[in-house]
Design a protein around this ligand. Structure first.
Ligand SMILES: Nc1ncnc2c1ncn2[C@@H]1O[C@H](COP(=O)(O)OP(=O)(O)O)[C@@H](O)[C@H]1O
Ligand SMILES: [Mg+2]
Length: 255
């Protein structure tokens, strides 16, 4: 469970990116965070694994404060959180296998990792992760030989190899076409169901959000202006989150 207790984030230049956010996310939820560009979606997501420090309040994960965690406990908490980025964040010139194995780095000593000595069982874990996203045949291809959608699925496999309990995905399909968008979102949905893995996903396209979310959180200027089951997120609600009627370019429209 993730708990936001009165969380605010003000950047050093004075921008308020999160304003007194109070909410809980239960294990196994598929939460989609929506809002205009600049609404605070990335800040919200990155606060959870402390890529950003919050300026007020506290975030708890399974009852333990990540806001206050230091040293090895912060390290251990972060290990349980997989992160997926719009641009995949793969080592492009390395093999798919190497990239997925990098999800195991948090389980071993620095020296061992500098030498690149992953134990046999890590390779099995990595291969299983690749099977889950149906890319086992690409294990020994170079990452940059894969299509964008495949690269994003490699980054999902890396989070699986990390044995994360929770996946944070920041606009994971923003640079993909509708076909591959569906494949990537289907993978996230399947992993959510099969492994009961919590998903918190920032999305731009409203129809994609509706199709995959169990719960929608709407942000506007750093404030939660809607939080409820997807069935309650009507067009009027979306217009309210966006502060204006929904535009065509906020619909993918081909799924
Ligand atoms: N490093 C930063 N320094 C100052 N302001 C920032 C920084 N990152 C984001 N912001 C501002 O914080 C607000 C929320 O940004 P962000 O979380 O990236 O929103 P979103 O992901 O919804 O587009 C925006 O006004 C943005 O300009
Ligand atoms: Mg963003």
């Amino acid at each position: 469970m993730i708990e936001f207790n009165h969380v605010s984030k003000v950047y050093p230049n004075g921008t308020t990116a999160l304003n007194e956010v109070d909410l809980q996310i239960e294990d196994g939820e598929f939460v989609v965070v929506v809002g205009l560009s600049g609404a605070g979606k990335s800040t919200f997501l990155r606060s959870i694994n402390r890529l950003h420090e919050v300026t007020e309040g506290e975030i708890l994960i399974n009852g333990e404060s990540i806001t206050k965690a230091r040293g090895s406990s912060l390290y251990r908490m972060r290990r349980e959180i997989g992160m997926i980025f719009q641009n995949f964040n793969l080592v492009r010139r390395s093999s798919v296998m190497r990239n997925v194995l990098s999800g195991r780095v948090g389980y071993h000593s620095t020296l061992r990792m500098i030498l690149g000595l992953f134990p046999r069982e890590d390779k099995d874990i990595a291969m299983q992760a690749l099977e889950r996203v149906n890319l086992q045949e690409k294990a020994y291809s170079r990452a940059d030989e894969l299509s964008g959608g495949q690269q994003q699925r490699v980054s999902i496999a890396r989070a699986l190899a990390q044995e994360a309990k929770l996946i944070l995905a920041d606009e994971p399909v923003a640079s993909l076409d509708p076909m591959t968008t569906k494949q990537v979102m289907d993978d996230l949905a399947r992993i959510n169901k099969e492994l009961n893995m919590t998903m918190v996903v920032n999305l731009h396209f409203i129809d994609v959000a509706r199709q995959y979310a169990t719960r929608i959180i709407g942000l506007r200027e750093g404030e939660v202006v809607f939080d409820g089951p997807v069935g309650q997120a009507t067009d009027e609600i979306f217009s309210d989150i966006y502060g204006r009627p929904v535009h065509k370019d906020e619909m993918l429209g081909e799924m």
